[in-house]
Design a protein around this ligand. Structure first.
Ligand SMILES: Cc1cc2nc3c(=O)[nH]c(=O)nc-3n(C[C@H](O)[C@H](O)[C@H](O)COP(=O)(O)OP(=O)(O)OC[C@H]3O[C@@H](n4cnc5c(N)ncnc54)[C@H](O)[C@@H]3O)c2cc1C
Length: 389
């Protein structure tokens, strides 16, 4: 088999890149380890920056998002039992789109099926070869059959646990990492959201987030210890603990119901540098992870794809390697700003097991400053709605 770009992973990065390349006449194959249903079963991101919205529209799959997505012009921050609003629109002129990652993935999969480009699901033992030279190749097994794909470039869009980053010789890559001493327990339910905007809650018992996917579907998170299992959290316990962390008005408005999904995600900051190795490029979670507090993971995946798709299109149209040569530096400059913001939001809002009384007082003073200072609120709003590409 031969293609121009072999893409590893059919998450949002891989599917979006494949669609943008296809629309520019660049042939590509996507190899995905799991089934399409499995990829769609992962409940993750929900807050989409305007840059990512524009890219999804450019990929030709934005119609449903435009119809069903919710525009949010602000967010709410709750501490010491009081809620405060940060008005994104007034402070920056922009808002964000609330539309689930699952729905974006479904729209991209539908677009891909209509494009006729090849996607191999359940591709086992994917391996990357000769990407340091001119003729990279990818091998995989499917239905007991071994296949080799010859290509011009490989895009490693296979997430944090993927094979692409692991295929790079150790002395060619440097990893930067911070692991946080807690996780997020998430619950999805077909209940109306407690608020029209997201509520970020700092509480002595731990952080909580009230989010949503639609007017009828809510997504809630509780900070939990890493030792805990989903089985420790029957729905009643989750709702009880969430209610404790809410302000009085939200406590009264909260509508509970059976969960349709529950999972625990550990929190981590991670960056691998560089993101280019000869003819192989990393994009999305394959190269970096942010704690979800800043809602940046999917948005960073989209900005990587923006830089990489343009670089590849420039290569094929103009025979120029300038964009490819700059890809890693340009993507990383944006990534580190999102890493900083996500780390800062995490430090600001969570309860740390080893923090002192002094640390807790400083944290409350910083929250108070944030909601009372226009400059501080603007800095949060600018980062949240997304820095320019
Ligand atoms: C609880 C939670 C909440 C989040 N909330 C937000 C949010 O509000 N906003 C936001 O922007 N981001 C959020 N994120 C982050 C966001 O979900 C990720 O950043 C996003 O999924 C990255 O997309 P990706 O395509 O790069 O990687 P992935 O989604 O991980 O996709 C990678 C794909 O590659 C496949 N793969 C892996 N290994 C191989 C292999 N060896 N061979 C072939 N295929 C392989 C995987 O099966 C997968 O389908 C959240 C994440 C979590 C966990």
């Amino acid at each position: 088999m031969r293609t121009q770009v072999a893409i590893i992973g059919a998450g949002p990065s891989g599917l979006l890149l494949g669609q943008l390349l296809h629309r520019s006449g660049i042939d590509n194959v996507i190899l995905e380890r799991h089934t399409g249903e499995h990829v769609l079963s992962r409940i993750r991101a929900g807050v989409i920056e305007q840059g990512a919205v524009d890219l999804i529209n450019e990929a030709g799959v934005g119609a449903r998002m435009q119809r069903e997505g919710l525009i949010h012009d602000g967010t709410q921050i709750c501490f010491a039992g009081e809620r405060h609003r940060i008005d994104f629109r007034a402070l920056t002129g922009a808002g964000v789109m609330v539309y689930g990652q699952t729905e974006i993935t479904r729209d991209l999969m539908d677009g891909r099926a209509a494009s006729g480009q090849s996607t191999v699901y359940e591709a086992q033992d994917v391996s990357l070869h000769d990407f340091a030279g001119e003729k990279p190749r990818v091998r995989y097994r499917n239905d007991g059959k071994e296949t080799e794909v010859a290509c011009d470039f490989i895009a490693g869009c296979d997430g944090f646990h993927g094979v692409s980053r692991q295929s790079v010789p150790r002395d060619s890559i440097r990893n930067y990492e911070r692991v946080y001493p807690f996780g997020w327990l998430g619950l999805l339910s077909d209940t109306p959201p407690v608020s029209e905007e997201l509520i970020y809650i700092h509480h002595p018992s731990g952080f909580a987030l009230c989010s949503m996917r639609s007017h009828a579907r809510s997504r809630y998170y509780l900070q939990c210890s890493l030792a805990e299992q989903v089985e420790d959290w029957p729905d009643e316990r989750f709702w009880h603990e969430l209610r404790l962390r809410l302000d009085r008005e939200a406590q009264e408005r909260l509508v509970t119901g059976p969960s349709i999904e529950k999972s625990i995600a550990p929190l981590r900051s991670f960056v691998a540098e560089p993101m280019r190795f000869g003819r192989m490029f990393l994009a999305g979670d394959a190269a970096h992870i942010v704690p979800p507090t800043g809602a940046k993971g999917l948005n960073l995946a989209a900005s990587d794809v923006w830089y990489l798709s343009r670089a590849l299109i420039e290569f094929y149209r103009e025979k120029s390697t300038a964009g490819l040569d700059q890809y890693s530096d340009r993507a990383l400059a944006r990534i580190w700003k999102a890493e900083r913001f996500s780390w800062w939001m995490t430090m600001l809002l969570h309860t740390f097991p080893d923090s002192s009384e002094f640390d807790r007082k400083v944290q409350l003073a910083e929250l108070d400053y944030l909601v009372k200072s226009r400059a501080a609120a603007t800095a949060l709003a600018e980062n949240y709605v997304g820095l320019p590409y």
